[in-house]
Design a protein around this ligand. Structure first.
Ligand SMILES: [Zn+2]
Length: 116
């Protein structure tokens, strides 16, 4: 299994909004809370969101990662994460990151399954 797909499984397995049914995982986007599903074998359908971006030393710890719609991930990457945008409204940016980190913690569960 490609490492990105394995990581997506690990994120879904530790997010209590996600359940595996057949070939897909079904859950909720970390950013917009809308329904989100992706192919468990290819990862197609969802993106990995680095809540604290790698440019700010965010890492691959599972609590810093969420699953999102590709569009939500792109929107945050374009409108919030670039240095120039963060600096324009640092309080709002910090609040956004804190809210997402809190949401990820609130959704946390111990994984019930192994990921390939
Ligand atoms: Zn979304």
């Amino acid at each position: 299994m490609p490492s990105a797909t394995r990581l997506m499984c690990q994120i879904a397995a530790t997010d209590r909004t996600f359940e595996r049914e057949g070939t897909h995982w079904f859950g909720k986007c970390l950013i917009c809370n809308g329904k989100l599903s992706f192919d468990a074998r290819t990862g197609y359908g969802a993106n990995i969101e680095h809540i604290l971006p790698r440019t700010l030393d965010g890492d691959n710890a599972l609590l810093n990662l969420g699953l999102t719609h590709p569009g939500c991930n792109a929107e945050k990457g374009r409108n919030w994460d670039p240095k120039r945008k963060r600096r324009a409204d640092p309080d709002r940016y910090r609040q956004l990151v804190e809210n997402l980190l809190r949401k990820r913690r609130d959704r946390w569960r111990e994984p019930a399954r192994e990921c390939g």
